[in-house]
Every structure is written in structure tokens, then in C-alpha cells.
Design a protein around this ligand. Sequence first.
Ligand SMILES: [Zn+2]
Length: 79
Amino acid sequence: MPTSTTTEEQKLEQKPEVEQVEIWKCKEAECKAWVRKEFVTEALPNCPLCKNPMIRSYRHVPITAKKGNKKFLMGKRRF
Ligand SMILES: [Zn+2]
């Protein structure tokens, strides 16, 4: 099994506001569908849009979700 992920990782820019997550993305180049790997339970998911097979990849996403989570917890403690 060839591993091409290392070269992919080296190309990544190192910005503090984003994190790298594992995703499944659609095999079709013209199809923009992708989903976080943690949300997928199937071993080999199919694209929800065009039904083509999906492939493992990586994607940069902003870490704003975690910040929002913190804010929420602080809001709950207000009493
Ligand atoms: Zn697709």
C-alpha cells in the first residue's frame, strides 16, 4: 500500500488558526463534497452528492469551533 500522505503534509502551511483534520473527499475533481473522517462510520463511504467513491485526504479547518465551545461553557457557569 503506497503512502503518499507524507509529501502532502510537508506542503502544508503552518498557521496557528487552522488545524489539519482527516477527511473523506469525493473522488471527482469537479465535486466539492467532503466530510470529516470522525463523522463517517463507514469503512468506504460514497459521495452523498454524486455517489462516487470517496478518498482519504487532509484539510485545513479553522479552530473557531473549539473557541466557540469554550465560550459556551463559560456562559453556562453564569449564576
Ligand atoms: Zn461527489
